[in-house]
Write a protein that binds this ligand. Structure first.
Ligand SMILES: Cc1cc2nc3c(=O)[nH]c(=O)nc-3n(C[C@H](O)[C@H](O)[C@H](O)COP(=O)(O)OP(=O)(O)OC[C@H]3O[C@@H](n4cnc5c(N)ncnc54)[C@H](O)[C@@H]3O)c2cc1C
Length: 396
């Protein structure tokens, strides 16, 4: 009888052996981003969160540019040209530090840069992408309005022609990076349908007051965009797209990053809970020794690593050019929902300490409330899947 092959040891950090699916370059990207986040975000983010600010955002953006994390999966124009899996791994590591940092990177790369890269003119690409990839210019993406969130087709922001110029009027709401952006990609109604505009934020009539009093994503800049007679030259419009297809394809790209990122927040909470359960003693022994705590940890590990496996599967499909938007909805719906559940369960394991900013758990849990809503709410992704499964549109 042939000897049974020697099995690799069980790795609590990678119980399914998912790392075996990664190439050495994937691991190198992951390690680089993990080290950056560990050194430059983790020690400080509790304070930023408590203060409700991201004080070094420009410096952080340049550092993220230096490690190739901005517009990471785009090619040319100073972008890293990384694979979708590598981009996903980066999102996971960034969100393990804080969802606000991952949001900065997602909005910069997957929304603002992606829109210019995919739909922009050569002049727009040359003018903005190298600076954005380096982190010298921060971008934002204005789709949501005060009265139009899940239904962006009903947006009121309007761009009208005046001679060859465009003149934009309207309001955008909840815009990540808005107040610190050098450039805003703004979506507006025109007589010919929805169009995207590349708006330098120093254009007269443009302002971006910061939204305060958030109890989620506190280490992230979120703003209103005010457009009062913003006059732009003819070449400010993104030439290669008309209609909602433009912003929706950018959102699909950003959502893909969230599928990975949410598992980063979950991993941080899970690891914190395991450490705590091994050292916290009640009734004369570590709480990790009680069956009820072990059941929680086992269930958290199952959902965490299933979620990472799902993200990896979607990443491989994206790299093969076979990822459908419905599959991204599947991933975002599952992974954000499960990540929140993991964070909440971790919170219970930490008891009263679970609500303290001394630990990352409550910060991640409240951050994920935004992640659950932005880039399409849970309900929108359920409706996307419901329509794909039944052929019946339940949106209206
Ligand atoms: C921190 C943060 C950062 C953000 N950053 C950006 C950004 O950078 N750029 C940007 O453009 N936007 C951004 N957003 C906005 C975000 O994308 C929207 O909040 C989101 O699309 C939901 O819109 P809403 O908040 O207006 O909710 P609404 O659309 O008003 O929805 C409210 C509730 O009604 C439900 N609902 C709506 N329609 C239906 C229906 N047909 N059937 C069943 N349920 C329905 C929703 O699912 C939700 O539960 C950000 C939001 C947050 C919180």
């Amino acid at each position: 009888m042939a000897a049974s092959p020697k099995l690799p040891p069980f790795d609590p950090a990678d119980p399914l052996g998912i790392d075996d699916l990664l190439e050495p370059e994937d691991l190198a990207v992951r390690d680089t981003v993990r080290a950056w986040a560990r050194d430059r975000v983790v020690p400080y983010v509790g304070r930023w969160y408590e203060d409700g600010e991201l004080p070094q955002i420009r410096e952080l953006a340049r550092e993220l540019g230096a490690i190739g994390a901005l517009g990471m999966s785009l090619t040319g124009y100073g972008c890293a040209g990384a694979s979708a899996v590598q981009y996903g791994l980066a999102c996971l590591e960034l969100e393990a530090a804080d969802s606000g940092i991952r949001s900065l990177v997602s909005v910069q790369g997957s929304l603002a840069m992606y829109a210019i890269h995919r739909f922009g003119s050569e002049e727009q690409k040359l003018g903005w992408l190298p600076r954005m990839a380096a982190g010298d210019a921060i971008g934002c993406f204005g789709l949501t309005e005060p009265d139009h969130g899940s239904d962006p087709a009903a947006m009121r922001t309007f761009a009208k022609r005046d001679g060859t110029d465009w003149v934009l009027d309207g309001r955008k709401m909840w815009i990540t990076n808005g107040s610190v952006a050098a450039v805003a990609v703004v979506w507006a109604q025109t007589e010919g349908g929805i169009r995207g505009f590349v708006v330098p934020t120093d254009t007269p009539g443009f302002s971006a007051p910061e939204i305060k009093h958030k109890w989620s994503l506190r280490a992230s800049v979120t703003s209103e965009l005010v457009l009062d007679g913003v006059r732009l030259p003819a070449d400010a419009v993104l030439p290669d797209v008309t209609g909602l297809r433009g912003p929706l394809s950018c959102l699909s790209h950003a959502r893909y990053g969230i599928v990975w990122g949410a598992m980063g927040a979950a991993r941080s909470c899970f690891e914190t809970a395991v450490d705590y359960a091994r050292s916290r003693e009640q009734f004369g022994r570590p709480i990790g020794g009680f069956q009820l705590t072990q059941a929680k940890l086992a269930d958290m590990a199952v959902e965490l690593h299933k979620g990472i496996l799902l993200a990896h599967h979607l990443g491989r499909r994206m790299d093969a050019g076979r990822l459908r938007p419905e599959q991204v909805s599947f991933g975002k719906l599952n992974n954000v929902r499960e990540a929140i559940e993991i964070c909440r369960t971790a919170r219970t394991i930490l008891g009263a300490n679970g609500i303290s900013l001394e630990y990352p758990v409550m910060r991640h849990a409240t951050n994920l409330e935004s992640v659950l809503t932005y880039e399409g709410t849970v309900e929108m992704h359920q409706l996307v899947l419901g329509k794909a499964l039944t052929g019946l549109d339940a949106f209206r």
